[in-house]
Write a protein that binds this ligand. Structure first.
Ligand code: C2E
Ligand code: MG
Ligand code: MG
Ligand code: MG
Length: 292
């Protein structure tokens, strides 16, 4: 900003600046309204156990289809939610909605072991988080090991005693704790040992470059090794090709998530997916096993 002003002598408002400002105004209030009227949705993306091809769990991902503004990408409305102070409300809503859906699947005979929900940094400054989560689990009669919360590295970087307390209180009630998008932040591997994590998710950017980039492969190998050694489940996100699958399986990655298996889908679609393409999935795994 300062540079632009110095160089041009006038302030140049970039497209991205005005877009962001407009987003905050228009989308911010529309989002508030949609959220209060229960007009957001969750989609669910399956996570597959690499060894067996069985379902390990699903990740809940927020979706916003506004009646007049249309379908708004998560990257956009999540940013708006962060800037307009609504990200915690979205997380709390996601958590409750995912738990409600999980009991619905249980009743419908759709066997989903675990649901993962994305929470943001603000939640972990909140001393009441564990009791909020406990309350939701109780309301839906779910055992705590059916729920995992995903947090990004920036939350984990906050070494304040307060955050550490909240993290351990959540872990203490028996809910899984997953570090999302691992490798994109600056946390050190040694930090992993000090956090009460049950799971690490290696960021998609590493998986994307797995075949072409020996650095990405080195990092992925190291993180899988350390995660396994520390007794954590290692998940990779963004698995799109058979080649990536082959490589990740040979590296002993536990769980795979990505378009190769399934895109995020509505709860109803997931129910269908769970019944019908399971044979496809095991055929895929069999084929895969025969090749190696
Ligand atoms: P994330 O938690 O890392 O979620 C994974 C993202 O990768 C999802 O994007 C998913 O659709 C996408 N993805 C999965 N497999 C593949 C693949 O094979 N290829 C590619 N190219 N992409 C894949 P999505 O749904 O757009 O969500 C973006 C981000 O928004 C999420 O990243 C998460 O950080 C955030 N988000 C979504 N829902 C919530 C929520 O309820 N609360 C909070 N705080 N954040 C949310
Ligand atoms: Mg996530
Ligand atoms: Mg992720
Ligand atoms: Mg990601």
């Amino acid at each position: 900003q300062a540079k632009k002003e110095a160089r041009g002598g006038y302030r140049l408002v970039s497209m991205t600046d005005s877009r962001a400002a407009e987003d905050r105004l228009v989308l911010g209030s529309a989002l508030r309204e949609s959220l209060s009227r229960g007009m957001l949705q969750l989609h669910y993306q399956p996570q597959i156990e690499a060894r067996t091809g069985e379902i390990y769990g699903v990740e809940a991902l927020a979706r916003w289809n506004h009646p007049t503004l249309g379908n708004i990408f998560p990257s956009r409305f999540i940013a708006v939610a962060e800037e307009t102070g609504q990200i915690e409300a979205i997380g709390s809503w996601s958590l409750e909605e995912a738990c409600r859906q999980l009991t619905q699947w249980d009743r419908d005979g759709v066997r989903i072991p675990v649901v993962s929900v994305n929470l943001s940094a603000g939640h972990f400054n909140n001393r009441g988080l564990a009791s909020f989560i406990g309350g939701v689990l109780q309301k839906y009669g779910l055992s705590p090991d059916r729920l995992t919360v995903e947090i990004t590295e920036s939350v984990m970087m906050d070494e304040s005693e307060e955050t550490m307390k909240v993290l351990s209180s959540v872990r203490q009630i028996g809910v899984g704790l997953s570090m999302d998008d691992f490798g994109t932040g600056f946390s050190s591997l040694s930090r992993l040992t000090r956090l009460p994590l049950t799971e690490i998710k290696i960021d998609r950017s590493f998986i994307m470059n797995l075949e072409s980039d020996s650095n990405a492969q080195a990092v992925t190998t190291a993180v899988i090794g350390i995660g396994n050694r520390l007794g954590m489940t290692v998940v990779t996100e963004g698995v799109e090709t058979e080649a990536q699958y082959d490589l990740l399986e040979s590296l002993n990655c536990d769980v795979l998530q990505g378009y190769l298996f399934a895109r995020p889908m509505s709860a109803v679609e997931l129910g269908g997916w769970m019944h019908q393409p399971r044979q496809l999935m095991s055929a895929m795994i069999n084929q895969h096993d025969q090749r190696i």
